[in-house]
Design a binder for this molecule. Structure first.
Ligand SMILES: Nc1nc2c(c(=O)[nH]1)N[C@H]1C(S)=C(S)[C@@H](COP(=O)(O)O)O[C@H]1N2
Ligand SMILES: [Mo]
Length: 412
């Protein structure tokens, strides 16, 4: 099969791959991937920056793991698809004259904006999964969010202007009778890709069987399909445990780190070693009925709940663990909180965007939302948030605040 793919690749450069049909086939895969990224990305964004009236589902517990895992995986799949698509339309990117008419100008402008913004969007997204965001001279989430509208907006215009071409090449037409009037060279080829790969490609491509240009076109698709599938298979393990064995490129392996869980920011990096280990540490809980504070021993003497929940990081990696601690709503009730109360968590960590997080009522009243004291049967590791941290279902990892110092319970 690899031999077939390589052989096809060499023919690709000959190249009926550069056809409107190929642009449409790749375009719709790319469009679908972008749409998936946009929807899952918006979900992640509003979870982190909710509009007041919003209420989020707290089940299934792996909801965010899946939406964000899909977001990252689909984003990674966009790289080969976008490169393939650019290759397929290459000639047209630099056509002359540069502008013929207003619609033509619109087409050119939108495609320029789309290509530039989506490359930036994909690259900063990928860098973020490897935690290189500390290097960005801009706030990642806001930038990624804003750019997504530029990407989707220019894509919408691009699709709008290209609708006639898209419609013409949407479904399979026998080779040789493609109604595109293009001067495709008819490269004869005997290369076909067999087996499951071939079947998947034929399903994606939906062009007819071998003969003439279709074969090389399928070779091109094969190369892109194999690259995409490999990238997905070799990274998705960071989000989805069953694929861990294949995880070669993903930023995180399963089960690596203190107490079998990765650490994003260590206590040292967060500069909380002193305060977190201070013997007089207390958790301050304030609410409508006043303010109380608890030592770690006092918290441990309260009724404890054990839950199995994933940390699901925005960077795409997710890992399950067993957590034990006090239910958020049971703590909140001690200071007059009720089922409609929201809770603000403050960390010992200073000057970090993760140091203060807000939890809406739907999460705060959930029986699975804890101020956790233990992880996988042991006292929380210092790097995992000792003396106490937040853990709650279906939320982004960034909201699972470590090294807690206080909870403010709002009036119901
Ligand atoms: N105070 C504080 N809490 C934090 C963080 C942080 O940097 N500071 N990182 C968050 C992020 S991005 C994630 S994914 C989880 C990771 O938890 P872990 O490092 O304990 O595995 O903790 C969250 N809680
Ligand atoms: Mo994270």
């Amino acid at each position: 099969m690899i031999h077939d793919v390589l052989q096809s690749l060499s023919r690709v450069f000959a190249s009926p791959a550069r056809s409107p049909r190929m642009a449409v086939v790749l375009g719709r895969l790319l469009g679908a991937a972008f749409l998936v990224c946009m929807v899952t990305g918006l979900y992640s964004h509003v979870l982190q920056q909710p509009v007041p009236w919003m209420v989020f589902p707290t089940r299934p517990i792996w909801l965010y793991q899946v939406t964000q895992g899909v977001h990252i995986t689909a984003g990674i799949a966009c790289f080969p698809l976008l490169l393939g698509k650019l290759y397929a339309v290459q000639g047209r990117l630099f056509e002359t004259p540069p502008v013929r008419s207003f619609p033509h100008f619109l087409e050119r402008a939108s495609i320029t904006v789309f290509v530039a913004s989506s490359i930036v969007q994909l690259v900063i997204g990928l860098l973020n999964t490897y935690q290189w965001y500390q290097l960005f001279p801009f706030p990642f989430r806001q930038t990624h969010f804003a750019l997504s509208f530029v990407v989707i907006g220019s894509l919408a215009i691009h699709i709008g202007v290209k609708l006639p071409v898209i419609a013409r090449h949407w479904s399979r037409v026998p080779d040789g009778s493609q109604p595109d009037n293009s001067s495709e060279p008819a490269v004869a080829s005997t290369v076909t890709v067999g087996g499951i790969t071939g079947r998947v490609l034929r399903w994606i491509d939906a062009s007819p069987r071998p003969v003439s240009p279709g074969a090389s076109r399928r070779g091109f698709l094969a190369a892109i399909g194999v690259a995409t599938a490999a990238l997905v298979a070799f990274t998705a393990g960071q989000s989805f445990r069953p694929l861990d064995g294949l995880n070669l490129f993903g930023a995180r392996k399963q089960g690596v780190g203190p107490q079998s869980l990765p650490v994003n920011r260590t206590a040292a990096a967060a500069r909380v070693e002193q305060t977190a280990l201070a013997p007089d540490w207390r958790l301050t809980v304030s609410g409508p009925a006043g303010t109380r504070s608890f030592s770690r021993d006092e918290l441990a003497a309260m009724p404890q709940t054990e839950v199995v929940l994933p940390i699901a990081c925005v960077e795409g990696w997710s890992q399950y663990a067993t957590w034990r601690g006090v239910r958020v709503h049971e703590l909140a009730a001690l200071v007059g909180g009720g089922p409609e109360s929201s809770v603000v968590f403050q960390s010992l960590e200073q000057r970090s965007s993760y140091a203060r997080t807000e939890m809406g009522p739907e999460f705060a009243r959930d029986d699975l939302s804890l101020v956790a004291l233990e992880l996988n049967g042991e006292t929380l590791d210092l790097d995992h948030g000792y003396p106490a941290r937040v853990i709650a279902p279906a939320r982004p990892g960034v909201l699972q605040t470590k090294w807690l110092s206080s909870l403010e319970v709002s009036e119901a």
